[in-house]
Every structure is written in structure tokens, then in C-alpha cells.
Design a protein around this ligand. Structure first.
Ligand code: ANZ
Length: 896
């Protein structure tokens, strides 16, 4: 065939480039559409076929919306700070910037050859000083404000009211007071230190590194934190109204983890007043009468003082201290896993507390299943109704008391297992007999009345640990003065760029690599720059704003551009970002909103997660009894009579589908596909694999099928054999004959409606049906007008070939902005419906029944038509059917 994809694609990519076809400008006279991909980390291994899946989907929407008259913003850039480039630098001495630039170059080349309609004039990289200048500026906004809980928003720190007694203490006290309330604050806390990587990990990063075999321990360190917890409720509330997948909304809510309950005060026996008060957070205040002991987190700050005041004996003190040292070495995550698995360890502190509801004397323990970072770091333990407490009480022989009974009166044995469901309160004094919800409300009211507690809402969300001991990140725009005071770097001195260093390794103690760049580090007045850098999340927290106005040197984005383009109308990316990236970006956005820098509460209106593309590997049909599992890759395997066998040994193999990964050897490189079949085929196949959100296996036959389809489409327009220059066919008149027109308008209607629903695989099916049916209708001669409309419908999916068709029909320029066709409703009314004809249950033919014959009312007429049909004549003939079964509107079956 004469479909020369390489020549066509090169031609149109050059055309788009030369004419800046996809450059977008603010234009208040037209509606805007902002469609965004989650920008990639430009890794050394280049693009794999998973990347273009989402990118093709956004590109279809971008191209479609342009043709629908929208002013489309469709940008691309690079999330280019990151650990791989830094590790590469440690290993090879190559500057991370050099490596990053190489990788960006390669990614860009790969994306460009796929013909995505990005406005490349807006390309940004988070590693560009012109970009991170504004990342630093946003950090200073966070540093420069506090959260006003009453007003429910961030406000400039200058507006923070300073209590007179603080004021009276002088400047230093005022400074400390402010610093303690900023949204960005310094905090000495135990952090997850990974000695192998010499880096501090955020809690949510620990799992990945532990799985990769690295040790992670807890050590105290001074770190920058961001007060995201102040936004917990708004981050939940504003999910309402977003057009996001239900699963992502759910994951966001779970991560924030709102719990409603009460804070209850217990009094340590022997210590009167405030000093002896222990607050616990509980979601089940209705179980207070069943609290038979208390547990404090091992790091509970006042514990040592309490033990001293109560004169706890030395042996107990030593046991407590040993236990504290042991737990300090373990990560929160390990502790949670152990807790979930029912492993219970702990030590009695020698202290007792008084239960506020019944005056009972309960022992106080420390145990690592209680975490310092949640609630108050102290709990009342109710072994009868909490499984963790039950396991603990059983281990240490602590009494278990039932205080909740099933509503239906069934018997439960809380000695054997905790009863954790709701029910009615028993053995519980003033709340006896009340259902759980009412019992909670009543006891909480009672506690409030007595001044012994109050209703309370808690969130799992923690403040965000925002510093890293790395080189390849944004420097903090802050300076530490000689007296320990923190000063922002003035705006006109931003960006603070990275110093040139020889050695990218942190020191053994965790001092970041920047600490070694002395000439950068120490300022003339003796102040020192902050040596941590920001985490990789920072750059991706606001890139969607920079895309609105990427070249602006005077602001992160002009108000005009922000007002026009925001919010992002459609955001597509991987489900792996369902929690953190989206949460962090939403948080920054809300801070910017509070400070008046952006006009929407939320950044991303509609979100779609594309599915995963799975790659093939092969394993022996007869697995080996022992030894490592043998896995073969595509190249080692051939298909013989429908079976997979090993090329050399002929051993029978079965195929297995996994997430593509380099280590598994099941990765498909888009370059190879583009080389062989072209970008249009690649794009089309990725969208034809199945619904966008579903995972699907990469199948080479499918790629070939899409290539053949485009070849057939090409033949509708062009004649010519392989190797010959194609010549435009003699096309028919207008939109063709009546049948062709009906087909065309049905295709317009279907493709439009399916693109709107983002059901791209079914939209492609419509295009395929069109080509097939046009071919069937007499020698593949299509009407000229019909050809133009088909080119438009194809354009979002296979844009290069569509442009080629459009040009061949004599049009000037690009069809990127040609108006999207509208279907004529009169041609959509189908004038017949299809009846399947079966003989003995086997399909023997189809009948077109005129729409004027109603499937139910015209029963007799329809059966008669079927009986006299050609198919019935052939397969039933003279035989008298035993029965005729008619399923209205669907089928007729002659049983012989
Ligand atoms: C008594 C009780 C009785 C509880 C009962 C539960 C069931 P969520 O829902 O996750 O917020 N808790 C409180 N602070 C804790 C901490 N720092 N470390 C470990 N556990 C802590 O869980 C709240 C419940 O978890 C609280 O309610 C408390 O146990 C425990 F039948 O109090 B509960």
C-alpha cells in the first residue's frame, strides 16, 4: 500500500512547528479549555508506551475542543528535580543538570514524534531558575502567613495579633511567637533517616525504600514543615463538586482521615490539677466505663516528670527507659504493622489514673502501638471493644469488661474477642441502655458539663515534612542569622540558585551536600543559608499555574492569565498520584487562594486516571519444582500453532501480563512502534485497547490492526501501489448517495458523543465501521464532502493522516481549527431495525424490518416477513417448523 506514514508525519510535524499551530493566547472573546497531563519526570530510560496513553487522551480532547471553537491550553513540561539524576551524579560525577538536560532532550524528541498538539512555547522545567524562583516565592508566601482558625483562612503573618504578655517580653519573644504559627515552620522531630541513601524520607516515602531493601531509622533532626493540617477540613469539604473518580475522592478522604470523637481527661493518681491531667482522644466515648487501663506513647513528653513526682521505683524507671530506647529506633510504619498483626509489647509505668466517669483506678502503661503523632499520644484502653487493646490486655493479663451489647440481645464473650460493633451501652451507669450514637452524645455532653472532656475532631493527616538533605532540589530562600533568627531572601535576590559543587554526597551525619559549599553557604555578615532543599513534590505543586504564563519574570503568573485559564478543565494522569501530589497541590492552591493570588478554590475540575498498559513475559507451562522461577521475554519466544514455545528448546510456555517495567523485560519502546507503523497508528492503538481507565495488555497484533485500518482509510482517498506516489482518487459528489449520507451522519453523531464521554475506543470503532461500510458500498468511492468530514472526525485520533486528507481535498493550512461537523438529525432517524433470524437456535441471517413496523404491535406482519425471507427459504425450505419463537425487536427462531 502507498500509505507512507513516515513522510506524512514528518511533513505535518514540521508544518505545525513552523506555523506555531498550537500556540495559545488569552482571548476573552472565546471560551477556554485547559487540558493538562501530569508532567513526567524525565528519566534516563525514556518514554515507554504507558506515557503516551494519557497524553494521547488529552491530545484528542485538545484537538476536538479546538475544532469545537474553544481556545485550548495544552502545555507540557518536566518535573525534573529528583533522586535518580542525583544518584547518577554520585556515581558518575556528572552534574545532575547535565544529566537532566539530556533526559529532557530525549523525552521531548519522543513526544514530538508522536504529534501531540502541545504549545511548546510554554515548555517549563521545574529545574529552571526562572521556574524555581517562583517555587521559592511561593514558599515565602507560606512562611509569611499563619492560619486564622476563626476566619478559616491563611493571613499574612503581619496581621497576627501578638498577646500583650508576649509583646512585653521583647522582640525575640515576638519573633518566636510568630515563627511558631507560620505555615512553614522549623521543627525538631524524629525523622526517617535512610543511612544507605543518606536522606530523610517523608513518612509516605518510607514504604517504597524499605521494600527496595534500605534500612530506615528514626533520628531527631531540625526540619522545615508545612502546616497542611490546618487545611484538613477544607481539603475534605472541597472535594465536593469535583468531577473526579470516586476511588480518588475516597483515597483523599481516607488519607486525611477525619475521626469524630471526644477528648477525655484522666487524672494521674497522686498529682492534683493541671500537672496531673492526661488527655486521651477516643472515637468511642460511650465505652468509657470499660476503660481498664491507659496507654501513653513511649515518647510521651511529660512521662518522666510524672514518674518522678509520683516516686516510681528505679527498676520501673529503667524498664521504661529501655523500652523507650528500643522503640525510638523503629519507624512509625513498623509500629503500625506490628500493631495490626496483634504483636503487643509494653511496660507498666508504675502510675495509675482515675477514670473520670466512675472513679476507677486504672494502671498506666507505655506501648508502641500508641503513636505520639496522633490524637494526644495517650489513650484510654477498652479491651472489651477494641481489638488492639484486647490483644494487649490478654498478653498482660489486664481485666476485660463488657460495656456494649449487640442491639438484638445476642450474647457475646468479650473475654474471647473484642466486640467492636455498635450496639447498646451496658454496665455504663448514666448511659445504660442507650444505642451507641446516643450514648456517645450523652456521655460527651456529661463530660463537657463536668469539665472533664469535650467533643473533638481528629485528622490522620500530619504536617508535611518539607526538607530533604539533597543537592538536586530547590534551595530554600532563607538565611539563618547569627542569633538563630530566620530571614527571607528578598524577592529581587531570587532565585537562590544551587552552588557548583564537586561532590554530591551528603556527609555521613546527614549534613546536606550544600553544607560543603562554603562560599555559597556563609554570607558576608556571617549568616548562613539554609542547606536543605525542597522535596520533589514542590515543583509539581504549582506547575499548572506557571503554564498559564510561563515567561512572566515579574510574577508567578499574571492575574489576567490566571483568571482566564484557571481552573484546569481536564487533568489526566496515573492513579499513583491519587493521594500525595493531588493533596499537596490542592493545599498550595488553597493557600494562594487565601492570599488572593488565585481565584478558584480548587485547581483541577475534572480528573481522569488512565489505566495501566501491561507487558508480556512467558513462564514454563510446567513450573519447576525448585530453583528460581524462569521468565522469558518476547524475543526468546515464538508462536507455533497457537502455542507459545521457547525458540531454542521448544518448551511450552504460558504468557503472563504485568505492569511494564525495565527489570521485568516486558517494556515496549514507543520509538520502535513509531518507526515501524507511525505515530498515528501508535496513538490509535493506545486508544483502541479499551476504555481509557482500564488496564490492558499490549498486543502487537492489535497495533497491526490499527495500522491496517489507517491504510484502508488512506485508500479511500488515494490510489497507488506500494512504493508508488499516491494519487488522489476521483471522489464522488457531495456527501454521497442516500445510504452514504446516513452512514456519514451517524458516524458524526457517534464520534462526537463518544469523544464527549471520553469513550475513545468506541469512537474509533465508529470510524472503523464507516470505512468498512463505505468500502462495501461500491468501489470505495466516497463523496468529496464526506471525505472532508471524515478527515475532521479522524483528526483528534490520527492527526497527521487527517491533515494529509484535508490538504489533498484542496484545503489550505491545517485542519486543527476547522469547525467540527454537526450531524443532521433528519438523517439519524433509522428507517429500519434488525431482526436476527435463527433456525434451530443457529443464526442464519438478518432482516431489516421497516421502522414503521412496531416490534410488538406488528407481530404477525413481522413473522410473515421472516417466513418469506430469503434466509428462511434457504434454511427452512418446505419443512414445517414445529415452533416459531419470536422475541420482539430481537430475533425469530424456527424450530424444526
Ligand atoms: C477507646 C476506644 C474504644 C477506641 C473502642 C476505639 C474503640 P481512629 O478511628 O483511627 O481515629 N487511638 C487514639 N489515639 C491513638 C494514638 N495516638 N495511637 C494509637 N491509637 C490511638 O481511631 C481512634 C481510636 O484509636 C481511639 O478511640 C483510640 O482508641 C485509638 F471500643 O478509644 B479508642
Amino acid at each position: 500500500m502507498s500509505y507512507d506514514h513516515a513522510a506524512i508525519e514528518a511533513r505535518w510535524q514540521a508544518f505545525w512547528d513552523e506555523h506555531a499551530t498550537f500556540e495559545a493566547k488569552v482571548d476573552a472573546s472565546r471560551p477556554k479549555y485547559y487540558v493538562l497531563d501530569m508532567f513526567p519526570y524525565p528519566s534516563g530510560s525514556g518514554l515507554h508506551v504507558g506515557h503516551p496513553e494519557g497524553y494521547t487522551a488529552t491530545d484528542i480532547m485538545a484537538r476536538y475542543k479546538r475544532m469545537k471553537g474553544f481556545n485550548v491550553l495544552h502545555p507540557m513540561g518536566w518535573d525534573s528535580f529528583g533522586l535518580p539524576a542525583e544518584r547518577y551524579a554520585m556515581k558518575t560525577g556528572t552534574h545532575p543538570r547535565t544529566r537532566t538536560d539530556e533526559c529532557i532532550g530525549n523525552f521531548k524528541r519522543q513526544l514530538e514524534q508522536l504529534g501531540f498538539s502541545y504549545d511548546w512555547s510554554r515548555e517549563i522545567a521545574t529545574t529552571d531558575p526562572g521556574y524555581f524562583k517562583w517555587t521559592q516565592w511561593i514558599f515565602l508566601q507560606l512562611w509569611g502567613c499563619f492560619y486564622d482558625r476563626e476566619a478559616q483562612r491563611a493571613r499574612p503573618i503581619a496581621e497576627l495579633a501578638i498577646p500583650p504578655e508576649v509583646e512585653a517580653e521583647g522582640e525575640e519573644a515576638v519573633r518566636a511567637y510568630r515563627d511558631g504559627r507560620r505555615l512553614a515552620y522549623l521543627h525538631e522531630a524524629p525523622v526517617n533517616w535512610c543511612p544507605d541513601l543518606r536522606v530523610v524520607l517523608a513518612n509516605e516515602e518510607v514504604a517504597e525504600q524499605v521494600e527496595a531493601g534500605h534500612e530506615v531509622i528514626r533520628v531527631p533532626m531540625k526540619q522545615w514543615m508545612l502546616r497542611i493540617t490546618e487545611y484538613a477540613q477544607r481539603l475534605i469539604d472541597d472535594l465536593e463538586g469535583l468531577d473526579w473518580p470516586a476511588s480518588v475522592l475516597e483515597m483523599q478522604r481516607n488519607w486525611i482521615g477525619r475521626s469524630e470523637g471526644a477528648e477525655v481527661q484522666f487524672q494521674v493518681e497522686g498529682i492534683e490539677g493541671e500537672a496531673g491531667r492526661l488527655s486521651v482522644f477516643t472515637t468511642r466515648p460511650d465505652t468509657l466505663f470499660g476503660a481498664t487501663y491507659m496507654v501513653l506513647a513511649p515518647e510521651y513528653p511529660e512521662l518522666a516528670a510524672l514518674m518522678e513526682r509520683c516516686g516510681v521505683d528505679q527498676a520501673t524507671v529503667s524498664a521504661v527507659e529501655t523500652y523507650q530506647r528500643d522503640t525510638a529506633l523503629r519507624s512509625e510504619r513498623d509500629r503500625q504493622i506490628d500493631a495490626a498483626e496483634g504483636k503487643k509489647t509494653g511496660v507498666f509505668t508504675g502510675l495509675h489514673a482515675i477514670n473520670p466517669v466512675n472513679g476507677a483506678r486504672v494502671p498506666i502503661w507505655i506501648a508502641d502501638y500508641v503513636l505520639m503523632g496522633y490524637g494526644t499520644g495517650a489513650i484510654m484502653a477498652v479491651p472489651g471493644h477494641d481489638s488492639r487493646d484486647h490483644a494487649f490486655a490478654t498478653t498482660f493479663d489486664i481485666p476485660i469488661v463488657q460495656v456494649v451489647a449487640p442491639t438484638d440481645g445476642a450474647a457475646v464473650d468479650v473475654q474471647a474477642a473484642a466486640y467492636t460493633e455498635a450496639g447498646v451501652a451496658v454496665n455504663s451507669g448514666l448511659i445504660d441502655g442507650l444505642p451507641t450514637a446516643e450514648a456517645k452524645a450523652k456521655i460527651t455532653a456529661w463530660l463537657e458539663d463536668q469539665g472533664k472532656g469535650e467533643g473533638r475532631i481528629n485528622y490522620k493527616l500530619r504536617d508535611w515534612l518539607f526538607s530533604r538533605q539533597r543537592y538536586w532540589g530547590e534551595p530554600f530562600p532563607l538565611v539563618h542569622g547569627p542569633g538563630g533568627e530566620v530571614r527571607p531572601v528578598p524577592l529581587d535576590e531570587l532565585p537562590v540558585t544551587l552552588p557548583e559543587v564537586e561532590d554530591f554526597n551528603p556527609s555521613e551525619t546527614g549534613e546536606p551536600p550544600l553544607a560543603k559549599a562554603l562560599s555559597w553557604l556563609v554570607l558576608p555578615d556571617g549568616s548562613r543559608r539554609e542547606t536543605n532543599t525542597m522535596p520533589q513534590w514542590a515543583g509539581s505543586c504549582w506547575y499548572y499555574l506557571r503554564f498559564c504564563d510561563p515567561g512572566n519574570g515579574a510574577a508567578f503568573c499574571s492575574p489576567e492569565a490566571e483568571r482566564y485559564w484557571m481552573p484546569v478543565d481536564l487533568y489526566i494522569g496515573g492513579a499513583e498520584h491519587a493521594v500525595l501530589h493531588l493533596l499537596y497541590a490542592r493545599f498550595w492552591h488553597k493557600v494562594l487562594f487565601d492570599l488572593g493570588h488565585v481565584h478558584t478554590r480548587e485547581p483541577f475540575q475534572k480528573l481522569v486516571n488512565q489505566g495501566m498498559i501491561l507487558g508480556a513475559t512467558y513462564v514454563p507451562k510446567q513450573p519447576d519444582a525448585e530453583g528460581p522461577k524462569r521468565i522469558y521475554v518476547q524475543d526468546e519466544v515464538e508462536e507455533v500453532e497457537g502455542e507459545f514455545v521457547h525458540k531454542q528448546t521448544g518448551e511450552a510456555l504460558t504468557i503472563q501480563w504485568d505492569k511494564m517495567s525495565k527489570s521485568r523485560g516486558n517494556v515496549v519502546n514507543p520509538d520502535d512502534v513509531v518507526e515501524e507503523y507511525g505515530a498515528d497508528t501508535m496513538r490509535l492503538y493506545e486508544m483502541f485497547m479499551g476504555p481509557l481507565e482500564a488496564s490492558a495488555p499490549w498486543q502487537p497484533e492489535g497495533v497491526f490492526g490499527c495500522f491496517k485500518f489507517l491504510g484502508r482509510a488512506h485508500r479511500l482517498f488515494f490510489a497507488g501501489e506500494e512504493g508508488e506516489a499516491p494519487s488522489l482518487r476521483e471522489l464522488g459528489e457531495g456527501e454521497g448517495n442516500e445510504a452514504q449520507r446516513r452512514l456519514l451522519h451517524r458516524t458524526i453523531a457517534e464520534v462526537s458523543e463518544r469523544i464527549e464521554r471520553m469513550s475513545f475506543n468506541t469512537a474509533i470503532s465508529s470510524l472503523m465501521v464507516f470505512v468498512r461500510d463505505i468500502e462495501k458500498q461500491g468501489g470505495a468511492v466516497m463523496g468529496r464532502e464526506a471525505g472532508g468530514i471524515f478527515a475532521k472526525l479522524l483528526a483528534p485520533f490520527a492527526p497527521h493522516l487527517a491533515e494529509e486528507f484535508w490538504r489533498a481535498l484542496g484545503n489550505e493550512g491545517s485542519l486543527a481549527y476547522a469547525p467540527w461537523p454537526a450531524a443532521d438529525p433528519a438523517l439519524l432517524v433509522d428507517d429500519s431495525w434488525t431482526l436476527v433470524l435463527q433456525v434451530n437456535g443457529k443464526k442464519r441471517g438478518e432482516l431489516a424490518i421497516p421502522a414503521s413496523l412496531d416490534a410488538k404491535k406488528a407481530r404477525e406482519a413481522i413473522i410473515e416477513m421472516a417466513t418469506k425471507s430469503e434466509a428462511a427459504e434457504r434454511f427452512v425450505g418446505d419443512k414445517q417448523p414445529k415452533r416459531v419463537i419470536y422475541v420482539p425487536g430481537r430475533l425469530i427462531n424456527f424450530v424444526l
